[in-house]
Design a protein around this ligand. Structure first.
Ligand code: GLY
Length: 338
């Protein structure tokens, strides 16, 4: 099967049945799978031919300790520079597996089967991988492209509604950033239709990946354009740091709604466009109430020291399918919500 996208001529992204695609893309030689217990149970026949290393689930396992455990298991299994690491799972598995593979023995080849909507539309594509440090998101990691990413929409059928919905937040984000047509299609689709209509879902996955692939093509290392993919994430990361009530996509939905309000106050976004963003998220079933007081969130913003020259890079929607990145002090950012 032909790849749907080729990111930086290094990473082929396939959308289709994993059983048909995987045999054609795995290199000759040894393959070791990194996955979790849920995926191992659901896809046992697919993964049974390979040695597997299972990691736990949830954001709390995205740590250097988990990576160290992986290195040890790789050593025990005799993983060497010629071994291919196959990460099979959602964004947490692919972030951790990609980081372990790209640093073990100074880097071994790896690819992904992405099994969640959030992973397919965002996390597994684009070569970012890494772990959290002291609860601060993605503080250690590398930019290394997986050789391939397989996104099989049929694998999303087993996802709980909550996980599926969380992935939709990143699809809405991609649409707000750069694809007004995708946004309109999401406005016209119900949650139930997205869950059950494989063609519709494949179209959404493909359009969201296109947004990401186009951006990463020009700015792999996030020195400019790629920052746009962080729409809603400044506040989302603060939400995730302050509360464990929301999973990443849910926090992104809240962060996107909040930044849209700020963009209206700044005069760069029309109120009617803000309303469209809020209503598509609400209709898809997101609770857009911040789980902790805004004041507390704003105190947390920028503490991860990802700001450069003391400035945050805030992504502001300026229309549906258009956004801009604005450098701002933490104080100026907080003032937007005063
Ligand atoms: N998830 C944002 C990025 O990959 O740049």
């Amino acid at each position: 099967m032909k790849a749907a996208f080729n990111v930086r001529e290094q990473s082929e992204v396939f959308i289709g049945p994993v059983g048909d695609i995987l045999p054609g893309v795995l290199p000759e030689g040894r393959v070791v799978v990194v996955s979790d217990a849920t995926i191992d149970r659901l896809y046992h026949p697919l993964l049974a031919p390979y040695d597997s290393v299972l990691i736990g689930t949830g954001e709390s396992i995205k740590t250097l300790q988990t990576v160290e455990t992986l290195y040890r298991r790789f050593l025990e299994l005799g993983v060497d520079r010629k071994t291919f690491i196959l990460g099979v799972g959602g964004g947490i598995v692919t972030d951790v597996a990609g980081f372990a593979a790209s640093t073990y023995m100074r880097g071994v080849r790896f690819g992904f089967v992405s099994t969640t909507l959030l992973g397919q539309v965002d996390a597994s594509v684009g070569g970012k991988n890494g772990v959290n440090v002291d609860g601060y998101k993605n503080m250690a990691g590398t930019f290394t492209q997986p050789q391939f990413v397989i996104c099989d929409p049929a694998m999303l059928r087993t996802l709980p509604d909550r996980e599926f919905r969380a992935g939709l937040a990143e699809a809405v984000k991609a649409a707000v950033i750069a694809d007004g047509d995708l946004f309109a299609r999401l406005e016209g689709a119900s949650f139930e239709a997205l869950r059950t209509d494989t063609d519709l879902l494949s179209d959404v996955v493909s359009a969201a990946i296109r947004v990401k692939a186009d951006i990463v093509e020009h700015d792999e290392k996030e020195s400019g354009e790629r920052r746009k993919l962080n729409l809603g994430h400044t506040l989302a990361h603060a939400i995730e740091k302050c509360s464990n009530r929301m999973i990443h996509g849910e926090a992104v939905a809240v962060g996107t709604a909040l930044i849209a309000s700020a963009a209206v106050r700044l005069g760069v976004l029309k109120e009617e466009d803000r309303q469209r963003i809020v209503s598509v998220l609400t209709r898809l079933g997101f609770d857009l109430t911040p789980p902790v007081e805004l004041k507390r969130l704003l105190k947390e913003v920028g503490k991860d020291k990802k700001s450069e020259d003391g400035l945050l890079r805030i992504v502001l929607p300026v229309g549906i399918g258009d956004c801009e990145v604005r450098p701002m002090t933490r104080e100026a950012f907080a003032a937007l919500f005063a």
